[in-house]
Ligand binder design. Structure first.
Ligand SMILES: Nc1ncnc2c1ncn2[C@@H]1O[C@H](COP(=O)(O)OP(=O)(O)OP(=O)(O)O)[C@@H](O)[C@H]1O
Ligand SMILES: [Mg+2]
Length: 289
């Protein structure tokens, strides 16, 4: 998991923050992280999007011109129209994913119940899951706290992982979604070779385990690369967006176990922004955000 504590640096005053201050500071933390990632991400995706838009646009224009010139019979015109609709849907999907990477809209972190977010996503996909004969089971831990986060973005991240799981099981299977609260404790090097620091805290894990073919070993390091896809109609942005959103909240998305049976992706999120980090964060970002 990316360590939000490193980002926000030293906090000499460790006084407890109020819940309101915690939410406000989390808002700035999320915005800062999104802005920091944006600089590198934007350049890469502008080039890729340009590249990926041109091909489909040229072929759509060609088909439309053939229809316009009356060179296509009724059947052919119908076929072209269908192809154009599929391409438009694909480009529409790609653009909405890109917007999640570049989105500078203000974050609205509110105390969020992650289980409710997962449930909302499952409502969205239940018809598709039934169509594919995919059974979805949930095992929610009872000790998961509400956390301040941007519900809209987290929902998109969860949706991307669930959709991937469904797409991996076109002929049926099982998707199990499990949540857990995990404490961690580790040492890390202090700044500029300073003394080792001890770090401990808790993070929430949302695990998505499917019974599809899993991710081949040869692809495991590539699947989080923007625009990497093995799907005919994929844009290769789903995992990039999911990870980007989780990291902007101080968490991560990782592929835990693969190849098969199935794939296991885990989204981790900090269980609570710590007052020490929030203090450091407030000082760091009061001018820069
Ligand atoms: N649950 C899964 N099981 C097997 N392979 C997976 C799974 N999730 C992701 N992958 C692999 O990772 C690749 C990248 O996934 P990602 O979600 O980023 O893009 P995509 O699904 O191909 O396209 P889209 O942008 O529409 O999401 C997929 O093409 C697929 O090869
Ligand atoms: Mg995907």
């Amino acid at each position: 998991m990316r360590d939000a504590g490193y980002v926000w640096g030293d906090a000499s005053t460790g006084s407890a923050a109020s819940p309101e201050a915690g939410v406000a500071a989390s808002s700035r933390m999320i915005e800062f992280l999104i802005a920091a990632d944006l600089v590198t991400t934007l350049g890469q995706i502008a080039t890729s999007v340009n590249h990926r838009l041109r091909g489909p646009l040229t072929s759509m224009k060609g088909m439309a011109q053939i229809i316009d010139l009356g060179l296509a019979d009724r059947e052919m015109a119908k076929r072209y129209a269908k192809k154009i609709i599929v391409e438009i849907d694909r480009l529409d999907h790609m653009l909405s994913q890109v917007l999640f990477l570049t989105d500078q809209q203000r974050c609205v972190p509110q105390p969020v119940n992650l289980h409710e977010i997962v449930d909302e996503v499952l409502l969205l996909v239940q018809a598709q899951a039934a169509l594919q004969a995919v059974t979805i089971s949930r095992a929610y831990a009872t000790d998961i706290p509400e956390i301040p986060c941007d519900a809209r973005r987290i929902k998109q991240a969860v949706l991307n992982l669930v959709v991937n799981a469904l797409q991996a099981m076109p002929d049926g299977g099982e998707l199990s979604i499990t949540t857990s609260l995990n404490s961690y404790s580790h040492k890390h090097k202090g700044d500029k070779g300073g003394a080792n620091k001890h770090k401990e805290g808790a993070e929430i894990h949302i695990a998505f385990k499917d019974s599809g073919p899993g991710v081949p070993r040869s692809l495991m390091t590539r699947i989080f690369t923007p625009f990497f896809t093995t799907k005919k109609d994929g844009t290769g942005l789903g995992l990039t967006v999911a990870r980007h959103i989780a990291q902007a909240h101080g968490g991560n998305v990782e592929l835990k176990r693969s190849p098969g049976p199935g794939a296991l992706f885990v989204m981790s999120l900090p269980a609570a922004p710590r007052p020490r980090e929030l203090q450091g964060f407030q000082g760091l970002n009061s001018d820069s955000v």
